[in-house]
Design a protein around this ligand. Structure first.
Ligand SMILES: [Zn+2]
Length: 139
């Protein structure tokens, strides 16, 4: 899907486009990372934050399979909380064969085109499974 010569993020300030990453905020007082970026630290309430790209990989903390979605979204799909390697927890769709995701699976961030209601295309994100935690536990 073509996102045009200058792809725009789904929401301003949500993503770093080059290189592609989720754009988080790191507290300059305690070091905690948060995403999306906030005006103050959720841990120590400092307002001294710096925009930084989040880690691009992590593990599935929890997930569910969505069977009923807003119009225009193909179902079913997996929705997961992903614990990134820098400690940020992100809610995201997971690109997978539905039913193949497990808690503990390693995932990596990918750019994903998102069609808007006016048919324009923006850049969103999705996670893709790179390593299943334990194949023999699935039988
Ligand atoms: Zn802090």
């Amino acid at each position: 899907m073509d996102v045009g010569p200058e792809p725009k993020p789904l929401k301003d300030g949500l993503l770093q486009m080059e290189p592609f990453a989720l754009l988080g905020a790191q507290c300059q007082s305690c070091g905690i990372m948060s995403f999306p970026a906030r005006d103050f630290c959720p841990s120590c309430f400092s307002d001294s934050l710096k925009l930084v790209p989040c880690a691009k990989s992590g593990v599935i903390f929890s997930f569910t399979t969505i069977h009923i979605a807003p119009p225009g979204r193909k179902t079913p799909y997996d929705l997961a909380y992903v614990d990134l390697d820098d400690g940020v927890r992100v809610l995201s769709q997971v690109r997978s064969d539905v039913g193949s995701v497990s808690i503990g699976d390693r995932v990596i961030l990918r750019a994903e085109p998102v069609v808007q209601s006016d048919a324009s295309v923006r850049v969103g994100y999705i996670f893709e499974v790179t390593d299943h935690l334990n194949e023999e536990c699935r039988a």
